[in-house]
Design a protein around this ligand. Structure first.
Ligand SMILES: Nc1ncnc2c1ncn2[C@@H]1O[C@H](COP(=O)(O)OP(=O)(O)OP(=O)(O)O)[C@@H](O)[C@H]1O
Ligand code: NI
Length: 419
């Protein structure tokens, strides 16, 4: 087994909005091994992007990571910050939430880099694509003469405010070397943009959506990141190009031993790309494991629902068919204490009115599931009656979680088997 490169421990990310507190990510754990592709899959609104942005330290007001640790393994970094921030260091791991922002930012590009859902958001409209790629490459070039080494970056001087300003506020052109400009063209070529030297001179708005998506991938790869977070990297593209981009990512991953956290709606993409996968619902990972665990031995009815609607690989552009019902709002006062999927779950039972922990499940040693079915057989005698949640039960935080409120006495006897 490869060593862990990232350990996300119990992070909660909340947005404090006028409507109330949104628990977008709740007490989430994640362990990612060096060189693997870890997938996060789930419906829209389940917290995938917020998870990614939390790891990248890109949560803006009114949002905040309120709890947890994000431990990144980098022995040189650990050595460099140990003296000033001993509490942040655990062996070779550094908790990115316990070091100053300047240190976190210095890791962007060369340690962590992200491909966003919306390509336009990662480009400055007033600079050419080539200039922006050159800047991204320049950060890496400065960081280290040897692309896979962190040594140059982790001398203590590198964490001074001066270098911070240089790497994040670096104005265009003037500071960019001709090597970096050449590298920009090379990167565009690598992601399959025709006539790259000419396209490098163009502005983002002159690119089509698919081309811009490619350019963004080039930008994310410019720093030769240790960990690449790819949030729906191919959703906007047509099927043929999606396949090409996924192949490209897989090739680059294999060549560089890059670690990828891949976020997608599409289980076909997971099957094609990932080593392990976490299924996300309502801000939590509800089932995780190897592909075998999740595709063949899944326990959670939500996973089952996603699989029931898995688009085939050809139709990779297709989004998952919706499972009946809606993803919860994640507003704290509406969440209650139950299993968050219970209101949509065909197998919801009385047990599901308290929030399930993660249970170990059969399969690989990695298989875990946040569902009572991991240790209890489904029993119709304890099934919640149809429409239970529509009557307002169990959907608000105000509900007394000790005992279901519904008239248990009047519940019809479960129908005799054979239904
Ligand atoms: N800036 C914000 N302010 C308030 N709520 C937010 C903000 N950003 C995200 N959220 C909420 O956090 C929850 C999770 O959103 P997130 O974008 O992570 O979902 P997702 O799984 O990435 O969905 P999609 O597949 O549509 O991208 C949603 O309920 C969303 O409304
Ligand atoms: Ni998203």
């Amino acid at each position: 087994m490869a060593e862990d490169v990232l350990r996300v421990e119990g992070i909660s990310t909340r947005f404090f909005t006028e409507q109330g507190q949104v628990n977008a990510v709740e007490d989430l754990d994640l362990r990612i091994e060096r060189g693997e592709v870890f997938g996060i899959v789930g419906e829209s609104g389940s917290g995938k992007s917020v998870t990614a942005r939390s790891v990248m330290d890109l949560i803006d007001s009114p949002g905040r990571i309120t709890e947890g640790a994000i431990r990144y393994r980098d022995a040189d970094l650990a050595a460099a910050v140990r003296e000033d921030h001993p509490e942040a260091v655990d062996g070779e791991f550094v908790d990115l939430l316990s070091v100053p922002e300047a240190v976190r930012r210095s890791l962007r590009g060369s340690s962590f880099s992200m491909i966003f859902q919306d390509p336009m958001s990662s480009f400055n409209p007033s600079l050419t694509v080539g200039e922006q790629l050159a800047e991204a490459a320049e950060v890496q070039r400065r960081a280290s003469a040897n692309p896979r080494s962190t040594r140059a970056r982790t001398t203590s001087a590198e964490y001074s405010l001066g270098s911070y300003a240089l790497s994040t506020l670096m104005p265009s052109k003037r500071y960019v070397s001709s090597e970096s400009r050449d590298r920009a063209v090379e990167l565009l070529e690598m992601v399959g943009i025709p006539d790259p030297a000419k396209r490098a001179e163009e502005y983002p708005h002159e690119y089509s959506g698919g081309m811009l998506q490619r350019a963004m991938i080039a930008q994310a790869l410019a720093g030769e990141p240790d960990v690449l977070i790819a949030d729906e990297p191919t959703t906007a593209l047509d099927v043929t190009i999606q396949a090409q981009i996924l192949d490209l990512l897989a090739d680059l991953q294999a060549e560089t031993d890059m670690t990828i956290l891949l976020i997608t709606h599409n289980l076909g993409v997971v099957a094609r790309m990932c080593d392990r996968v976490g299924v996300m619902y309502a801000g939590e990972i509800v089932e995780r494991g190897t592909l075998g665990d999740v595709f063949d031995d899944h326990v959670h009815p939500y996973t089952e629902g996603l699989l029931g609607s898995v688009p085939d690989l050809q139709g990779a552009a297709g989004r998952l068919e919706p499972i009946p019902g809606n993803v919860p709002s994640l507003l704290d006062h509406e969440m209650g204490d139950r299993c968050y999927f219970a209101d949509r779950c065909p197998k919801a039972m009385e047990e599901c009115l308290s929030h399930p922990p993660e249970y170990d499940a059969e399969g690989s040693g990695e298989h875990q599931v946040r569902c009572v079915l991991a240790e209890t057989e489904y029993d119709e005698a304890r099934a919640l009656p149809d429409g239970y949640f529509e009557d307002g039960n169990g959907s608000t935080g105000a509900v007394d979680s000790e005992r279901p409120e519904h008239d248990a006495a009047e519940e019809p006897e479960p129908e005799v088997e054979g239904r």
